[in-house]
Ligand binder design. Sequence first.
Ligand code: VG1
Ligand code: CO
Length: 580
Amino acid sequence: FKVSRVQTSPIDGQKPGTSGLRKKVTVFKQPHYLHNFVQSTFDALSASKVKGATLVVSGDGRYFSKDAIQIIIQMSAANGVRRVWVGQNGLLSTPAVSCVIRERVGADGSKATGSFILTASHNPGGPHEDFGIKYNMENGGPAPEGVTDKIYANTKTIKEYFIAEDIPDVDISVLGVTTFRGPNGQFDVEVFDSATDYVKLMKSIFDFDAIRKLIASPKFSFCYDALHGVAGAYAKRIFVEELGADESYLLNCIPKEDFGGGHPDPNLTYAKELVARMGLGKEKPQNEPPEFGAAADGDADRNMVLGKRFFVTPSDSVAIIAANAVQSIPYFSSGLKGVARSMPTSAALDVVAQHLNLKFFEVPTGWKFFGNLMDAGLCSVCGEESFGTGSDHIREKDGIWAVLAWLSILAFKNKDNLSGGKLVTVEDIVTKHWATYGRHYYTRYDYENVDAGAAKELMSYLVKLQSSLPDVNKIIKGIRSDVSSVVKADEFEYKDPVDGSISKHQGIRYLFEDGSRLVFRLSGTGSEGATIRLYIEQYMKDPSKTGRDSQEALAPLVDVALKLSKMQAFTGRSAPTVIT
Ligand code: VG1
Ligand code: CO
């Protein structure tokens, strides 16, 4: 092949957010748009990570992925990359990419040093919906801010990019290696099986025999909803082929470019079919709900865990996994190195860390902050309130791992009563956890696609308000006399304990005397306007008061949050877009 040098000029707005660059497909299809970002990424990496390197290129299979993969292949060749590994049909879940970077060894001993992941995660897909791209590093984790800042700076000065336009489209539906010759030697594209490496890793972490016994028990039933995302490619292999689950347990497990027109976000609003089956919908389901239900987002790094007529909050889920990991999951049998959560995630994990005397870290939103802790051997299990849970087996959150962790806990708790006795259910496990550690009532309100100026004004108003706590408390008492007082308010700032880097403006916090919290943040993953997230939390230690409905228990704090922030006045919205 020949290498062409193409003249280009900077395009506005290519700043990577919480997890890469996410925009409408129509934006990505503009001339040079993807090319500029890919070249800016190559130019932000050290030469050894490009010249002669092995890169993974794949994603959640959303619309425009196939075109993007061919473009990235041509640009990789032109930039001197030695080989590109592509999951069959361009499919690799985000956690599987992380696994492939860390674990896969090519036939000639080659190892990948990075990856372009093509996904907009939980955002809808299709010609008029979202596309996204992000770069992951050699440790399998998202590029840290130092690198994404460099990428962004490059997008603002770019003048040219390199591409090998005469490389024909590679058939990514067929396994095998295609070889090309260029000015600097050989270039290979290898299409490999999307699931093999990941399945192998999961089998090395969990006791598959124990889970198989649970699934085989007539007392147990299960439903997994991939929401037409890439998780389907793994669910069949793991749950059905490896663990013997009935195929009817799988819902929406065939990956689709447009996620069947849905919103591939595993929560009570968007995972409608699963929610109905689990008996959590408005209508009573036709059949008795399964004992266990779970869902994933488009790129399969998120998870939602449900019991029969029972919702497990993601903040509780990570706390419960941490509390039970050592007994239930072989990978952790020698103990946890530490645990971590993102700032807006509830403090349920903190309480477990205190009880078990574990190292504990609170990091800003986004998985990239956990990676440093894990690389330094400080953290084994971590999670976010946004349906993200994971461990140091890779450097991304991992939706299927979380489900296997729950299945392991269920298998362990039921190991003696599968033949006789009553099944210990998801609800039993959670309520027992609350009785031991107390309960963190928790909810998140999202205001999506709000006017960006208005969102900024609301945030500055909240920061200004923080200068006088007596005034804040006066306002609060005027709204509700039954909530406690604010004792501290700030903008969250994080100093990475490993590399000392500082991340500022990571969310506005109001901390109350009784442990309650209000947090306000702007999303960094939206593709249009601004999204305001409001996180509301209240701790209840008294075991006789842990069984309330969460929206009802939190109503006074919600009232305070909305009025204190003048949400409606600033945004014109009388209700949030989504409540989780
Ligand atoms: C959201 C979540 C955050 C998560 C991020 C990426 O970010 O709040 O917890 O890490 O999405 O997840 P933001 O900036 O919109 O709040 V995914 O599954 O979209 O890669
Ligand atoms: Co995701």
